[in-house]
Write a protein that binds this ligand. Structure first.
Ligand SMILES: CCCCCCCCCCCCCCCC(=O)SCCNC(=O)CCNC(=O)[C@H](O)C(C)(C)COP(=O)(O)OP(=O)(O)OC[C@H]1O[C@@H](n2cnc3c(N)ncnc32)[C@H](O)[C@@H]1OP(=O)(O)O
Length: 183
């Protein structure tokens, strides 16, 4: 039987100073993708619920210069009973999945469509089921022929850092074939 887990209520709302992702011109496309994704695609389910937000970056903050409107991406993420790993706590894979997608979409927003080539995760503290955290992301500039590094961390509302991730993304170009799907 699944444990009783506190519902997020309004906790998934965008943090102060942030706006829903769908209100950004590129973010609207990303939000469309997120609606179908394994991570954010079940906004009322008992697994992971994720809601993305963006804010404009000031010129001195924007290490990314390729985007027309440099924007930072954050997510609010809630871990429900179906995201369980250790009893009463979030599965590490669910935490890594949130980090991965938040970084990936941050790279999309900063550069263009990309996929993760390499992902690292440090689990710092267990996340009790029913907790809502903020996924904070940073994205570096484009490197070489089309790569970008990103970081993300899952932070509780009391400042607890639950997990940290870093990843290398390959920016998709004409030689890549990720536009379609299915076997
Ligand atoms: C309309 C448009 C729709 C588009 C629609 C897209 C749908 C996508 C949505 C995703 C939204 C985000 C979601 C969350 C992010 C995921 O979770 S994405 C899913 C997980 N990732 C994957 O499935 C990717 C699987 N891997 C691959 O397809 C290929 O290995 C890759 C990553 C595309 C790279 O292939 P490639 O471009 O042929 O690679 P290659 O030329 O060998 O390497 C390019 C560069 O990357 C480096 N590199 C490659 N792999 C690695 C590695 N593992 N470690 C270190 N360096 C590496 C190479 O050394 C090289 O560096 P340079 O020589 O340029 O300095």
């Amino acid at each position: 039987m699944e444990a009783e887990v506190r519902e997020p209520g309004d906790a998934l709302a965008a943090p102060a100073g942030w706006r829903p992702l769908a209100t950004h011109p590129v973010g609207a496309i990303i939000a469309h993708y997120a609606e179908r994704s394994f991570v954010a695609g079940d906004p009322t389910g008992q697994g992971i619920r994720v809601r993305y937000a963006w804010r404009a970056m000031s010129p001195d903050e924007a290490c990314v210069v390729t985007a027309a409107e440099p924007a930072a991406l954050a997510a609010r993420a809630w871990f429900g009973a179906r995201a369980e790993g250790p009893p009463g706590h979030a599965h590490g894979g669910s935490m890594a999945a949130v980090l991965d997608e938040a970084m990936g979409l941050a790279v999309w927003l900063a550069h263009r469509a990309a996929v993760a080539a390499h992902l690292e995760t440090d689990f710092r503290r267990p996340i009790p089921l029913g907790t809502t955290v903020t996924a904070e992301t940073t994205v570096g500039p484009a490197e070489g022929t089309g790569k970008a590094r990103a970081t993300a961390r899952l932070v509780g509302d009391d400042g607890t850092v639950f997990a940290e991730g870093s990843a290398l993304f390959v920016l998709l170009g004409p030689r890549h074939t990720f536009a379609g799907g299915g076997a």
